[in-house]
Design a binder for this molecule. Structure first.
Ligand code: ATP
Ligand code: MG
Length: 397
């Protein structure tokens, strides 16, 4: 800019080393500069983000009206002052650290941070760029800060709500689980009853041999272990697991099919898992379980509702490059065209007692928590939900 002005001046006075300040051409030249300066001031003052520029010592060279208003003083009062004249020690240190980072990187940096000033506290997104002189040397920094307090609070609310929904969704599945435990316990409980009855009859008739008693006790212990194992499986499923880890998909799917076994058997649904090898992904294992459970539950529901003659659910896992692709396919009558765009919406349900949260939560878990993608394809021959997710590392045991 300065170089351009100099060239312009040279053009007006090609041979002269003296400038006549009363000369019309010179006055025009100065007016043009004045106009440009006014334009710049007007533009920067009309921006509702804070703009400031400082030298390398953190001394203010200038700012726009928005920034001056935030500090509650005029631009003139800010120029020449340092950050330490306005902000607390910690904030000044943060500013200093980001300036250092900017100088090291030599290019624009962006970061989000809280700013406290007098009784104001705002969350801002700041981008800082180097300020160059005409020779290309860095002489300071230019910063633009946008107040994103509202967005930040809104995002926090959404995150908290989503967490609550995950919890709510867990409770719904928990209700279903309890029904499943009850169902899985029914058979061993009946068998236990039979053993006890036999014991009672044999001992009344006094024909209970030591050998038979031992055999019956062994059988009863086996049944009790099985029942206890069922409880453990369900408890593990619901235990809070905040740690992210690499885990084997097969393990997660096997466990889901085991937990849903009674429901699948009760409804004669064949469950088929097809995978060439072990695949690992990274995330919260229990949350991933929750997704598989939601998808398989939905398939079971639909196969029952549509009264499919040979109901089946197929889980197919394959990989390409660094992505793992999990398809969960049922052979029910598919999702209606008018509904397919809505199935991931919260509270969208076509079931009498559905909450409509299953797919919404599954999408949040896969896409927001695990960085993957959950999509659906459906026609009158069935529905496929597809999870695409980056490969994790095999766990070393
Ligand atoms: N495999 C599927 N086949 C056909 N329709 C499906 C399938 N999966 C989901 N849907 C449709 O998507 C809707 C939303 O599913 P979502 O899991 O979010 O809720 P829901 O199953 O209705 O309720 P909840 O999960 O609380 O039992 C279902 O009501 C159903 O209409
Ligand atoms: Mg569901």
């Amino acid at each position: 800019m300065e170089k351009q002005l100099y060239t312009q001046l040279k053009e007006i006075y090609p041979n002269s080393s003296h400038i006549n300040i009363n000369d019309e051409k010179f006055i025009d030249f100065i007016n043009t500069i004045q106009k440009q300066q006014n334009l710049f001031t007007n533009v920067s003052n009309s921006i509702t983000d804070a703009i400031f520029y400082k030298d390398l010592d953190q001394t203010y060279l200038g700012c726009n009206k928005y920034y001056a208003d935030f500090l509650g003083i005029t631009e003139e009062e800010i120029v020449g002052k340092k950050d330490s004249d306005f902000f607390d020690k910690q904030t000044v240190q943060t500013f200093h650290a980001t300036k250092q980072l900017l100088l090291e990187e030599g290019k624009k940096i962006e970061y989000k941070h809280w700013i406290k000033y007098k009784n104001k506290k705002v969350y801002v997104m700041t981008s800082k760029s180097p300020l160059f002189d005409t020779k290309g040397s860095i002489i300071g920094i230019v910063g633009i800060s946008r107040d994103i307090t509202k967005e930040f609070k809104l995002q926090k609310e959404i995150d908290e709500k989503n967490l609550m929904l995950i919890q709510q969704n867990k409770f719904v599945s928990m209700g279903e689980m309890i029904a499943d435990i009850a169902h899985q316990w029914r058979q061993p409980l009946n068998l236990m009853g039979l053993i006890l009855q036999k014991m009672d009859i044999y001992s009344t008739k006094e024909i209970l041999e030591k050998k038979t008693l031992k055999k019956m006790t062994k059988e009863a212990m086996f049944l009790l272990n099985e029942m206890s194992q069922t409880i453990d499986d369900f408890r593990n499923f619901f235990s809070p697991n905040k740690r992210k880890e690499d885990f084997n998909i097969k393990e997660a799917i096997d466990k889901s099919s085991y937990i849903l076994k009674s429901q699948l058997e009760r409804n004669n649904i064949s469950f088929n898992y097809d995978s060439k090898k072990d695949y690992y992904i990274y995330g919260h294992k229990n949350e991933f379980f929750q997704v598989i459970m939601n998808l398989v539950h939905n398939a079971i529901d639909t196969l029952i509702i549509d009264k499919i003659a040979s109901p089946s659910i197929k889980v197919k896992v394959k990989d390409f490059d660094n992505t793992i692709c999990i398809d969960i396919t049922d052979n029910a009558n598919g999702i209606k065209k008018s509904n397919i765009d809505r199935v991931f919406e919260p509270y969208f349900t076509t079931k009498e007692h559905g909450t409509g949260l299953g797919l919404y939560m599954s999408k949040i878990i896969i896409e927001k928590h695990m960085g993957g993608k959950l999509s659906v394809k459906s026609d009158i021959y069935g529905t496929t939900f597809t999870i695409k997710i980056a490969k994790g590392k095999p766990t070393i045991i």
